[in-house]
Design a protein around this ligand. Structure first.
Ligand SMILES: O=C(O)CCC(=O)C(=O)O
Ligand SMILES: [Fe+2]
Length: 356
């Protein structure tokens, strides 16, 4: 079922979760069953993830300071009145869902090769022992153009590619603007991040989580932080509640708000802000009867860029916590390791005795 490996990585047999669900609806293969400590508990700690009104950010100080608070205390927020047409949000969900509903052999024309992250399949699987996520993914590199692999752009469903293009252009503008306001919330010049990221890398990943007969035993997506500067996540309308963030030692669900987009701080922004705005561990859980679609855009620096904490955010009280590195190197490291909380950020950390 997995594509023919070109790399030496041995991932073993990876069940396609939608096919499993179709043909053996009550079976959960061992590779999906999590160790007790990793299993999601059903008790929910509901706390309201901050909501930022994008149209208010343009008006000045007050909302920008709320944005700063959300980045500092949560690392996650939902943005409303973001200016992206609702029809476009609906269209991307429609083509995304239609893609996942195609027959397996059609989707496998775009199979993700082991150890890579573009195409259809399960990313971040590196060994036969590793637990699998109850999820199917489809991912495409978008910008800069040289990261595109035209063979992986699906011919079906109709309008898939043009919808992805239109959607991604809008999301890119939103990312640029959010980074501008995030810089302003730190008292920095609005263009500072944009200048640092240079020609930003943008990728989109659609995650489809079929219902699972035992949501208590599996994870939809393993805990991780994103390697991006920021991530924009659209939760499908009518999808089950699935995204959870790790806050104050508890898993907190992000309850979907109609037409809002979820934004989170990635590892890169944590480094640039010297840990003032931290990336946050998050995961997805499944539901017994409902499925779920999420459409996720990663907005990250150009691979050539050298990164490190900004001098403005380093002083005697805030000593430099991260080394300088080439983002391309970090990206390789990120992609070569399984999803495991914030472990991959260790790459950039200067070891100290402090707790973070
Ligand atoms: O599906 C979700 O809500 C989480 C997706 C996510 O965290 C990711 O794709 O990096
Ligand atoms: Fe993520």
């Amino acid at each position: 079922m997995a594509p023919v490996p070109i790399s030496p990585i041995k991932v073993g047999h990876i069940d396609d979760v939608q096919e499993l669900r179709k043909h053996r609806p009550t079976v959960i293969p061992e590779r999906f069953v999590r160790d007790i400590t990793e299993r999601p508990v059903t008790a929910c700690f509901t706390r309201d993830v901050p909501v930022i009104d994008f149209s208010e950010l343009m008006k000045g100080e007050k909302e920008i300071s709320r944005l700063g608070d959300a980045c500092e205390k949560w690392g996650f927020f939902q943005v409303v009145n973001h200016g992206i047409g609702l029809d476009l949000l609906e269209r991307i969900e429609k083509v995304g869902m239609e893609f996942f509903m195609l027959p397996l052999d059609e989707k496998q024309k775009y199979a993700m090769a082991p150890g890579t992250v573009q195409g259809y399949g399960q990313a971040f699987v590196f060994s036969e022992e590793q637990k699998l996520d109850w999820c199917n993914m489809f991912a495409l590199g978008l910008e800069p153009r040289f990261i595109r692999n035209p063979k992986l752009w699906p011919k079906r469903p109709d309008h898939f590619s043009e919808t992805v293009e239109a959607y991604s252009a809008e999301i890119r503008k939103l990312c640029e603007n959010l980074l501008k306001y995030i810089a302003m919330s730190l008292g920095l010049k609005g263009s500072v991040f944009e200048e640092m990221l240079e020609s930003a890398v943008q990728a989109v990943r659609m995650n489809y989580y079929p219902p699972c007969p035992r949501p208590d035993l599996v994870l939809g997506l393993s805990p991780h932080s994103d390697g991006s500067a920021i991530t924009v996540l659209q939760q499908g309308k009518g999808s089950s509640v699935g995204l959870q963030i790790f806050k104050d030692d508890k898993w907190v669900p992000v309850l979907p708000l109609p037409n809002a987009l979820v934004i989170n701080i990635g590892d890169t922004l944590e480094v640039l802000t010297n840990g003032r705005y931290k990336s946050v561990e998050h995961r997805a859980v499944t539901h017994r009867t409902k499925d779920r679609l999420s459409i996720v855009t990663f907005y990250a620096p150009s691979y050539e860029v050298e990164l490190g904490p900004m001098p403005e955010l380093v002083d005697e009280d805030n000593p430099c916590r991260y080394k300088r590195y080439n983002h391309g190197e970090y990206n390789k490291h990120y992609l070569a390791n399984k999803l495991e909380g914030k472990k991959r950020l260790e790459f950039a950390k200067i070891q100290s005795n402090s707790s973070d």
